[in-house]
Write a protein that binds this ligand. Structure first.
Ligand SMILES: Cc1cc2nc3c(=O)[nH]c(=O)nc-3n(C[C@H](O)[C@H](O)[C@H](O)COP(=O)(O)OP(=O)(O)OC[C@H]3O[C@@H](n4cnc5c(N)ncnc54)[C@H](O)[C@@H]3O)c2cc1C
Length: 498
C-alpha cells in the first residue's frame, strides 16, 4: 500500500491547506512530512530561532494528528524522499509552491527530476495570490481579490485516512519526531530577567489564531496610530508576520477575518491600514518571484557600480551596526531588540537599512543576511524587495535617508525604548538620551555613562553622511542605465491602479 505525502514547508498548519485536502481525497494513507534540510540549516539567512519556531509549529501539528502520520526528518530532501519511497511507496505527493531563495529553487528542480525518475506524481498548489512566471501586473489585483475572497480549503481532520503504521527509517539521521523536535525546542536561556521563551513569539497554528483573535478583540484598535513607534507597535501591530512567513496562518484566513470585522465601529482606519499591508505582502513576494536575481544583485542593474565603503573602516562599521554599537542609541536599541526578540516594526527596519546603506555607505549585500537571520518573520520576497527599496537602489521608489536622532526624538520621545535595550544609558535624561555624546564629562559622571568607554561615541557624523548620500543617490538617479531599468521595472511590477 503506498502513501499520499504532504510535504510541509512554509505552510505549517492544518487548515486552509489545499495540499492536505488533495492528499485526503486520494484515499491513500496520508503522511505529513517535514525535512530540516541541510541546505537551509547551513544557510546564513537562518538562525536557530527559525528552526525553534518551526519545531514549535510541528509540535502543535503533532498534537492534532496521529504520531504515525507526521514524519519529521533532517538531511538532504531527495535522499529522504528516496528512503521513504523505497520503504513505503509514495503514491502521490502534494505541496505548496515555495517562493524562496535560489537554494530552495534548485532543490525544487532536483525534486522534480526525482519525481519524474521515480514516477511519483507531485502536485503543487499556488502560494497565496502569487503567480509563477508572471511578466506584468494587469489583472493581478483582481486575482488577489478573488483568491482572498474564495472559500478556505479545509477538511475534517477526523475523516482523513491518516497513515497508521510507523514510518521510522533505518539510516535516516534522526529516527523519530521526538528526537528531532527536542533538538530545537526552546532551551530556557536567561537574557536579563526574561527567558528567551518569553521574548520570542511562539510557533504553531494555535498560537497564531490566539494572536489574530487578540488583535481584533482589542490590540488593533489603535493600530494605525501605533505603527511607527518601536514600543507601541510591539503590542498594537498585528504581529502576524511570523505566523504568515511560516504558514501557521494563510493570508486568506487573515484577510477573511479582517472582512468579518469591517463594520465594527471605531476600527475603520486601522482596518484600512491593515488591509493595505496584507495586499503588500503578496505584492512584494510576487515581485521577488518575477525577479529572483534580486537575491544577488540590485533589482535595478544601474546600481551595480554604486561606490561603497571598503577596507578596515567598512569592517569596523559593519561589525558595530550588526552588534548595536554604533553610538546612535536608536539604531543600537533596534538592533539589540532584534537580537533578543526577533521583531522590530517597519519604520525601524527601514531606519536600520538606511543607516547601513546611506550613513555608513555599506553595500546592502553585507547586511541583508544579517537582518534576515534576526527577523523571526524572515520572508525572502518581502525582505529582499524592502531591503533594496530602503537602500535606495531601485530607481523607482522615493529615496529616504532616515536621521536616527530625529527618529528617536519623534518615535521614542521619553527614551523608554532606548533605555529598555541600552542599559548603559539608563540614567540619562530624556532630553539627551538620543544624543548622549552631548553629555558633558560632569553629566557623564552623574548619569553613570562614559562615552567612548561604556557606550560608544558615534561612528559617523550623520550630518556629513546625509549630505554625501543625498548627493550620490540623486546624481545616480540621472544615469541613463538607471532610467532605462526604472522603466522596465515599472512596466513589470507596478499594478496599473497605482
Ligand atoms: C528592510 C525591511 C525588511 C523586511 N523584511 C520582512 C520580512 O522578512 N518578513 C516580513 O514579513 N516582513 C518584512 N518587512 C515588512 C514589515 O516590516 C513587517 O511585515 C512588519 O513589521 C511585521 O509586523 P506585523 O506583523 O505586526 O505587521 P502589520 O503592520 O500588522 O502588518 C500585517 C501584515 O502585513 C504584511 N506587511 C506589513 N508591512 C509590510 C510591508 N512593508 N511589505 C510587505 N508586507 C507587509 C506582513 O505580512 C504583516 O504581518 C520588512 C521591512 C523592511 C523595511
Amino acid at each position: 500500500m503506498s502513501i499520499a505525502l504532504v510535504w510541509l514547508k512554509r505552510d505549517l498548519r492544518l487548515s486552509d491547506h489545499e495540499p492536505l485536502v488533495l492528499a485526503a481525497r486520494t484515499g491513500l494513507p496520508v503522511v505529513l512530512f517535514y525535512c530540516f534540510e541541510d541546505i537551509q540549516l547551513d544557510d546564513p539567512h537562518y538562525e536557530e530561532r527559525h528552526w525553534r519556531f518551526v519545531s514549535q509549529s510541528l509540535a502543535d501539528i503533532g498534537k492534532k494528528v496521529p504520531t504515525s502520520a507526521l514524519w519529521i526528518t533532517q538531511g538532504d530532501l531527495t535522499t529522504r524522499l528516496n528512503q521513504l519511497n523505497e520503504l513505503h511507496g509514495i503514491g502521490a505527493m502534494f505541496s505548496h509552491q515555495e517562493v524562496g531563495l535560489a537554494n530552495t529553487f534548485a532543490r525544487d528542480i532536483a525534486v522534480k527530476k526525482w519525481c519524474v525518475q521515480n514516477d511519483v506524481k507531485w502536485q503543487e498548489s499556488n502560494y497565496a495570490a502569487v503567480i509563477r512566471g508572471l511578466t506584468n501586473r494587469f489583472e493581478w489585483d483582481k486575482h488577489w481579490d478573488s483568491v482572498m475572497r474564495s472559500p478556505t480549503q479545509d477538511c475534517d481532520l477526523s475523516q482523513i485516512n491518516w497513515c497508521q503504521y510507523p514510518l521510522a527509517i533505518e539510516g535516516a539521521q534522526c529516527l523519530n519526531n521526538e528526537v528531532i523536535l527536542q533538538h530545537w525546542l526552546p532551551v530556557d536561556n536567561n537574557i536579563g530577567k526574561c527567558s528567551t521563551k518569553a521574548l520570542f513569539q511562539q510557533g504553531g497554528e494555535s498560537e497564531a489564531w490566539r494572536t489574530l483573535a487578540s488583535f481584533f478583540e482589542q490590540r488593533g484598535k489603535s493600530y494605525a496610530y501605533s505603527l511607527s513607534s518601536p514600543s507601541l507597535s510591539q503590542h498594537h501591530c498585528s504581529r502576524l508576520s511570523t505566523y504568515l512567513a511560516w504558514g501557521n496562518l494563510s493570508l486568506r484566513q487573515v484577510y477573511q477575518f479582517l472582512l468579518q470585522h469591517w463594520q465594527v465601529p471605531g476600527w475603520r482606519r486601522s482596518l484600512i491600514a491593515l488591509s493595505s499591508r496584507l495586499h503588500w505582502h503578496c505584492h512584494f513576494i510576487q515581485k521577488f518571484e518575477s525577479e529572483s536575481r534580486m537575491e544577488f544583485e540590485p533589482v535595478n542593474i544601474g546600481y551595480q557600480d554604486l561606490p561603497r565603503s571598503s577596507g578596515n573602516i567598512q569592517q569596523q562599521h559593519l561589525a558595530a551596526w550588526k552588534s548595536g554599537q554604533t553610538g546612535y542609541p536608536m539604531v543600537d536599541a533596534c538592533m539589540r531588540c532584534l537580537h533578543a526578540t526577533g521583531y522590530i516594526n517597519f519604520r525601524m527596519r527601514a531606519m536600520l537599512v538606511s543607516f547601513l546603506c546611506h550613513h555608513l555607505a555599506i553595500d546592502w549585500r553585507l547586511g541583508v543576511k544579517h537582518l534576515a537571520s534576526l527577523f523571526l518573520d524572515f520572508e525572502p520576497g518581502i525582505h529582499y524587495s524592502q531591503f533594496q527599496m530602503q537602500a535606495g537602489i531601485t530607481g523607482i521608489n522615493t529615496i529616504r535617508i532616515y536621521n536616527p536622532v530625529k527618529q528617536g526624538e519623534e518615535k521614542d520621545p521619553k527614551g523608554d525604548f532606548v533605555r529598555a535595550w541600552i542599559p548603559e544609558l539608563n540614567e540619562v535624561p530624556s532630553e539627551l538620551i538620543h544624543t548622549p555624546w552631548q553629555l558633558s564629562s560632569m553629566e557623564q559622571m552623574m548619569y553613570g555613562v562614559s562615552i567612548g568607554e561604556t557606550y560608544p561615541a558615534p561612528i559617523v557624523d550623520i550630518k556629513k553622511s546625509y549630505k554625501d548620500a543625498q548627493q550620490l543617490l540623486w546624481s545616480w538617479l540621472n544615469k541613463p542605465i538607471v532610467k532605462v531599468e526604472a522603466q522596465r521595472l515599472l512596466a513589470r511590477h507596478v499594478r496599473p491602479s497605482n
